[in-house]
Structure formats: C-alpha cells, structure tokens
Design a protein around this ligand. Structure first.
Ligand SMILES: [Zn+2]
Length: 418
C-alpha cells in the first residue's frame, strides 16, 4: 500500500456509517417525483458539503437528486475515467426511519441482542459469515429498523476513499468520478442519470455483499403480457355463446410447467417464467409474467414456451382471442463486459494482491449496473461487506468495509497504468 493503514481509517468508516445510517432516506414506490422522497436530499446535501470540505472538485447536486464529484487525477498520462457509485436510499417497508446504529467493538462471538425487539437475535451459529468476523467491529441497528448499510456502506467507503486519495496525492490514479444516486430500491433512480454529468468510461457500483465479491453477471429480463378476450353474454342465455376468459387463463397457467421453470423451483443459473399478477372478468383477462434467464437462448426459450401454450389454448377456443406480447426489460451485463473485461480483471488482480479471493456469483436479479452497462458504461458490482440486507438483522463489519476501500485504492492505481 502507498499509505500506512491506521486505526484512524476504521474510526472514519465507523463514524461515517453511524452518521449516514441515522438519516432517514427511504425511497417510496408510490411517489411520482424524482427523487421519490425529499428526505434523500438531506443526506445528499450533507455529502455535498463533506466532499467540498475535503477538496473534491466539480461537486454537483442535480434537481433529480444525483450528487456528482471529481477526484482529480494525480498522473499526467491520459487514463480511463472510472466512476464509483452508491445509492443513498434505503428500502421501504421494514422501517428505515429513526435508525439507531449500534457498534459491537471487537466482537467476541456472543449472541447479539437488540434493545428494541427482544425476539431478535444474531449469532454465529445461524450466520456462518458472522462466525468469520470474530474480533471485528460489527455494526447493527437496534431492532425496530433495518441498518441501511445497503447502501450507506457503499456511500461510506466511497467517501472515505475520496478523503484518503485527496489527502494522499502520492497515490497514483487517473480521474475518478464519485456519484451518489437516489431510488435504487424502487428501480427507477438510475434511468434519470445524466451520462454527460457522469462522464466516465467505466464504473463500479459499491452495492455488493461478502468480501471478494465482484459481480458481472445478472439476469436477462423480459416481461410478457397475455391478454385473453372471451365472448361475454348474459349468463342466463349463454349456452353456446359465452367464452369465459377466466377459464382460458386458468388453462394457460395449468399448461405451463409447475415443478420447473418457476421462481420457487429454480436457483443458481436456472431461469424461470413467473406469473405475478392476473386480473380480469369472464369477458377479458390480463396475465402479467416476468421471464428471466442468464442466457439469451434461455430467455427466448421461455418466451417461445409461453407463446406456444397461448397458441395451443387459442386453438381449443377459436372464438376467443389470446394475445401474448413480450417486451425486453434488461440484459445480462456480461454481454457488454465480455468485449472488455478490464473492469473485472483489474478488480480481481487488486484483490489477489491484497490476499482476497475474488468471487463472482451470478445475480438473480438486476442492478443499477445492468442498466448503466446497457447505457454504455460497463459497471460491475463491488463488495462492501453488507449482510442480511432488507432485514432488522442487517449488519456489517467495519473491517470488511476497510478491505473494500483498500482494494479500491489498489484498483484505482491499476487503472492508472491500464
Ligand atoms: Zn443496494
């Protein structure tokens, strides 16, 4: 490392997480504004002031709730501009207001209890990852709420990194862009990002879990809407006339596989079709599906299966009309990254140099990075250490956050000579 690692680094990481977690930033799916909640601005304004205070340049908070800043290059050569992103919002539903973070310093493996909920307990016996963290400083919430390390740990790591790089100009790196985004948890934030403000060639989202995680594979996703139009009639005079759309919809669901290709029967690299909503009357009924797979061929195959089931049921009821419309949602980021794997290979190199074994599990969902990658900025997801997210049992090790930050420092050095 180019600078000596000190206890002060852990203290800074701990202090920032405790302060940021206490600020309510829940996003709200039902809101029509961007960002969805004004409270996200409160944290963004604090971060803006802190970035300005530490000497970052081009610090900009947009009306849509995106905060950008630049850590200027310390090398004269032209290098790729790398952006580091984290989301400021926390998930709604479990309670993200009045978070009271608690630090369990030099954790010794005892059960962790929560003052605001006597029924909750966190212990190494139930969480093998926690068992590996004996001696670490563990941060949890107090029982009534989640902690919000998802993704304030990411915010924290980027802020601490910015502070370290700005006070250690002897560390050689190219231009780094910092970006804190709103509304990740409701899936709408990233589409409002202004790429002309991001101005980055590559990026990382700091939104991953276990130490060593560098994720560059996500699902590819389509949605499918099946509209079944029957023939309605007064039920008293319906003989030979009525065609019940609800029965046809039931036949479609019955014909689809139930013991395979559903979310509840698949894992790992297996894809699925998922009927998540159905609404209608005897006259007309609409079925909403999502289709997921890691491979193009697999995704197309799920679509073909649904189409062919619809066609078969249509043949049994010629007076009905069954329409199946498939629309693309997002694509596996690997399709873009495999053209230039540097964001992954450099991260892997940086981890190995620091004695950390990289892991790249495929994510059974999408990330902000999947959308950003598709928009032209390849963006794998990088570990922070966060655990049990979206739960009152959420926790994180300060030492894991420090590992994330130190790997990032090395990664930024590697980009400067890439
Ligand atoms: Zn997150």
């Amino acid at each position: 490392m180019n600078f000596t690692l000190s206890g002060a680094l852990n203290a800074e990481l701990e202090d920032r997480l405790v302060r940021y977690a206490a600020i309510d930033t829940m996003s709200d799916e039902s809101s029509a504004t961007t960002p969805s909640t004004a409270s996200q601005f409160e944290l963004q304004r604090l971060l803006k002031a802190e970035l300005e205070g530490m000497g970052a340049s081009a610090v900009t908070l947009t009306e849509t709730g995106f905060l950008f800043a630049t850590i200027p290059a310390t090398v004269a050569t032209k290098t790729p501009v790398v952006a580091l992103l984290a989301h400021v919002d926390t998930v709604a539903g479990i309670g993200g207001v009045q978070v009271k973070p608690r630090v369990h310093r030099a954790y010794q493996g005892e059960p962790i209890v929560f003052p605001d909920d006597a029924l909750l307990v966190l212990m190494p016996e139930l969480s093998p990852y926690l068992a590996q963290k004996i001696g670490d400083d563990i941060i949890t919430a107090s029982g009534g709420t989640l902690l919000g390390a998802d993704d304030k740990a990411g915010v924290d790591i980027i802020m601490t990194l910015a502070h370290q790089l700005l006070t250690h100009p002897e560390i050689r790196h190219g231009e780094i862009r910092v970006c804190f985004t709103p509304d990740e948890e409701i899936g709408t934030g990233i589409r409002h990002i202004d790429l002309d403000l991001l101005k980055a060639d590559f990026a990382y989202t700091l939104d991953g879990g276990d130490v060593g995680e560098i994720v560059y594979e996500t699902f590819s996703a389509d949605k499918a809407t099946v509209t079944v139009t029957g023939v309605s009639s007064h039920p008293g005079h319906a003989k030979g006339v009525l065609v019940n759309a609800l029965y046809l919809a039931a036949t479609i669901t019955d014909t689809l596989p139930h013991n395979a290709r559903t979310p509840e029967t698949t894992e790992g690299r297996e894809g699925f079709l998922h009927l998540y909503k159905m609404e209608g009357t005897a006259a007309e009924c609409t079925m909403h599906f999502i289709l997921r797979d890691f491979e193009r061929e697999g995704l197309e195959e799920h679509g073909r299966l649904l189409q062919s089931v619809c066609e078969t049921v249509q043949l049994t009821a010629p007076r009905s009309r069954i329409e199946c419309v498939i629309t693309p949602q997002y694509r596996n980021m690997r399709y873009w990254l495999e053209n230039d794997m540097r964001p992954v290979t450099l991260a892997v190199d940086a981890m190995r140099e620091l004695g950390i074994e990289p892991i790249s599990p495929p994510v059974r969902g999408g990330t902000d990075g999947s959308q950003l990658t598709e928009m032209g900025v390849p963006t794998p997801n990088f570990f922070t250490g966060m655990q049990n997210i979206h739960s009152p049992l959420e926790w994180i090790s300060v030492q894991d956050m420090q590992k994330s930050m130190l790997v990032l420092v090395r990664l930024m050095e590697l980009w400067a000579s890439a």
